[in-house]
Design a protein around this ligand. Sequence first.
Ligand code: ADP
Ligand code: MG
Length: 377
Amino acid sequence: MQFLENFKPELLVESPGRINLIGEHTDYNMGFVLPTAIAKKIIFKFRKNDTATSCNVYTLGYDQGFQIDLKNISKSEVEWQNYILGVLNEILKRTDKLRGFDCTIESNLPTGSGLSSSAALECGLAFGLNELFDLGLSKIEMVQLSQTAEHTYVGTQCGIMDQYASVMSEEGHVILLDCRSLESEMIPIDLHPYKIILLNTKVSHNLATSEYNVRKAECEEGISIIQKKYPEVRSLRDVDVDMLSISKAEMREIIFKRCSFIIAENERVLQMAKALQSNKLQQVGELLYEAHEGISKDYEVSCKESDFLVDFSKNNPQVLGARQTGGGFGGCTLNIVAEEAVADFVKEGAAAYKKAFDIDLEWFEVLPSQGTLARWL
Ligand code: ADP
Ligand code: MG
């Protein structure tokens, strides 16, 4: 693209991915989650281009760019462009201060790996444009408009967690977020002498978007049955095990399993927060294994590759716990591993995984990190 030839950016934005320690699929059920931003991120560079409505966006990783006219925003055939267009569309609904800009996107965040490169892309763009044009959007407005963009332009009916974590995180903490009230508490996380190690299965099964929306619909089906007995219930967050069992007879088996998982998972988030606060590391690990069992058997959003890696961890006494992290069907497993055992763990894991699936395992350590940052250049 022509603007790249003499590109002098004015503003740099670092927009991180995230892990979720526990609380999978609880966000759209208005429950609790426990995520944090990680040190892997998308980097945006921006400059105003002195036009009223002409924008250029180029992503280095894909070696692809496109032009946008702010007067004429509509969905694209190209998937990644819809994250950009969706965010611009939402910003334009809220302010008339947006003008033409040029922007490049670089990333060291694996995509489709459950680390939420999608939220990093949306929120980083919103954050940068807010700063560049002094749009006056609050952080929570940027989080919410990014979520809406993913619903309307990409079609994933995601909850609020990914965007919230990417923007709001603080170094050395996980966020205990109530996805209904959006109240949050920063929980310090210190797992010494253990580390958080991510193993990337490098599979990203195509089911992710479609099955995500199916799970959401299944939860809604469950709620509508439970509401017959408990009209005050608004989401699965309001349901306990006893209430669910009273409605069980009226439910398809699969709906019961989905609801059971969400109720248990929501409870695990609160237990995890307490375990971290009282430094009960064994319990931290046990909760992760329990969560994976539910992810795999009841919510059925795991896959053979993730199950293999979690089972591999279970056989290693130096690993306290493990589970698949993110929306599901591949991506990364999160493992709590004794510091001195990390080198052997990843070496043996890589060999076993290669033998089983002929895929080169990728791994890295996660450091709970700061959310989105903008810097004038
Ligand atoms: P995840 O959020 O777990 O990484 P998603 O499927 O939700 O997985 O989002 C991945 C999508 O986000 C990619 O397929 C692509 O469309 C978009 N994306 C992520 N990073 C970039 C990037 N650096 N440049 C362009 N598009 C990106
Ligand atoms: Mg995503």
